[in-house]
Design a protein around this ligand. Structure first.
Ligand code: ATP
Ligand code: MG
Length: 508
């Protein structure tokens, strides 16, 4: 097979960081090529160079034997290269149809016939198999839906090369399947797909070939994915062996810490109750949109509860105020950390240590030296790839930004109840296992922990009990001894939830 897309000796440096050094590899026509590596390994940088968004310091890209000299995203676009970035690029104030129109007819001005546009776009979306209302404002869509719109945009433009940077990190499993079907179709048409993901399952499901980057260098190139094993890829990425990434160990639980009784809000279909004991890690599993984040926001008071109560160590927590929840010892690390979490233009240290939460915190005065030490400790512990804690957070890779924000929540003192929503989204394997270790440590100190995750192996791997949600209701409550993949999935899927062989454990 003939090489279609070639990277030759690509290097790219930023102040204090060599993001890419001398990276060369080639991809065949009609191949889906995986790109893996730890957070900060250089994956997104390579994609940005391909997209014309950044220029390489050295090296060249060839497509179909032709050297590409483009200097902007527009040039790349005209060369048939479309990139879907890790950070979504849609305009939130515009509708789905308008966003797709922007992508479809670049640079053409004039008045849009909105009704006609919506008609055309609905037909296109239906063809592609994406179920999103074209007239909806992008701002009103879930992260998963936005991602699908972004992907639709790339499919609608007849690209020769499509690069997807962690496209499934916020897709439900059903949306991911739609995406995979699309990718299979594109492959059959001869499109080259460059696919960045931290999920090995997906890489094996989709890719024909694979490149692994480590510290900006080519760590491995595998022309045939069938000849590599998972363990081999992990050690190529991390540069060391990781025996068991979950590392779960038994703990004894203390008294009840968090008690949630009959809470309700707009997106919950039935009043919801559960409790978590000291030292216990409870997982909430479900498909995207099952109501897990809504549950968390109601417990935390970010959304107001219309009924029910929440208490910590027997003391009631007011229904409508995150600062009061924090004072009562509850914190929530939100799912959309980019939106809720990152303070752009500020350093890693500031992002990690200064927060509204600390402002409301009764746990003492801020000591700058202690804060710096804390930042350094978490940078080392979570393997944040950066020259210094003083680096502006916007200069970090996506996964490293996630680590910093997570570090903020994991380092707070005086917390009794920690709720983390999708804590390891976008984070590489090596750092994941460090995060789990931190959670176990916090639980051992008596914290009650709630982990919301859409990754079943993760929920099963690290929690003591799993609550499953489906369409705004609790559909199962299983102790670790009853963990069973099929049973959990069955409880999470709306279609087969009512089948007879699934018993719903009584919710306490
Ligand atoms: N504009 C920038 N200024 C300074 N450093 C940068 C900039 N952009 C990227 N970097 C650095 O380049 C390195 C590679 O980053 P890149 O975003 O390519 O990583 P990645 O492999 O995509 O990681 P992730 O899995 O976290 O998305 C990182 O150390 C990052 O901090
Ligand atoms: Mg990236």
């Amino acid at each position: 097979m003939q090489d279609f897309l070639e990277f030759r000796s690509i290097s790219k440096g930023y102040p204090g960081v060599q993001a890419l050094s001398d990276v060369s590899f080639a991809v065949h026509k009609g191949a889906v090529h995986g790109l893996m590596g730890e957070n900060g390994a250089g994956k997104s940088t390579l994609i940005r160079v391909l997209s014309g968004d950044q220029s390489a310091d050295q090296g060249e890209i060839r497509i179909d034997g032709e050297v590409q000299r483009y200097r902007s995203v527009r040039d790349a676009f005209h060369a048939g290269v479309i990139v879907i970035h890790q950070e979504l690029q849609l305009v939130p104030e515009l509708t789905v149809a308008e966003n797709l129109w922007l992508g479809h007819f670049p640079g053409k001005g004039g008045v849009i016939d909105r009704r006609k546009l919506i008609g055309v776009v609905s037909q296109k979306l239906a063809e592609i198999g994406i179920d999103v209302d074209p007239a909806a404002k992008v701002a009103s869509l879930s992260i998963g839906e936005r991602q699908m719109v972004e992907i639709a945009k790339a499919v609608m433009l007849d690209a020769r090369v499509i690069a997807l940077d962690e496209p499934t990190s916020s897709l439900s499993s059903r949306e991911s399947e739609i995406l995979f079907a699309l990718i299979d179709r594109l492959r059959a048409n001869g499109t080259v797909i460059l696919y960045v993901s931290h999920r090995l399952d997906e890489i094996f499901r989709l890719c024909d070939s694979l490149t692994v980057l480590r510290d900006g260098k080519l760590a491995a190139h595998h022309p045939e994915i069938s000849k590599v094993t998972r363990d081999q890829i992990i050690s190529e990425m991390v540069g060391r062996e990781i025996a068991n990434i979950w590392g779960w160990r038994g703990r004894s639980f203390g008294a009840e810490r968090l008690r949630v009784e009959n809470i309700a809000g707009p997106k919950l279909k039935a009043p919801l109750s559960f409790s978590v004991r000291r030292g216990e890690i409870v997982g909430f599993f479900g498909l995207i949109g099952a109501g897990r984040s809504e549950m968390a926001r109601l417990v935390y008071g970010a959304d107001t509860r219309s009924q029910g109560s929440v208490s910590v160590d027997g003391t009631a927590v007011p229904a409508d105020s995150p600062p009061k929840s924090i004072r009562a010892g509850i914190v929530l690390c939100p799912e959309d950390r980019k939106f809720d979490g990152i303070v752009q233009g500020r350093s890693i240290e500031e992002n990690m240590t200064i927060s509204a939460r600390r402002h409301f915190s009764p746990f003492g005065i801020i000591n700058p030296q202690k804060e710096s030490e804390l930042a350094d400790r978490f940078i080392a512990k979570l393997r944040v790839r950066t020259p210094s804690r003083r680096q502006d957070i916007v200069n970090l890779s996506g996964g490293n930004q996630q680590k910093v924000i997570l570090g903020r929540w994991l380092s707070e003192e005086g917390i009794k109840v920690l709720i983390v929503d999708e804590p390891t989204r976008g984070i590489d394997v090596g750092a994941k296992s460090e995060i789990y270790e931190i959670l176990y440590g916090l639980a051992e100190q008596g914290m009650a922990i709630v982990v919301i995750s859409s990754e079943l192996p993760e929920v099963m791997g690290i929690t003591d009990r799993i609550m499953v949600m489906c369409e705004g209701r609790l559909s199962a409550d299983l102790p670790r001894s009853a963990f069973d993949e099929r049973r959990i999935l069955a409880a999470a899927l709306p279609d087969i939830k009512n089948s007879r062989d699934i018993s719903l454990t009584q919710v306490r």
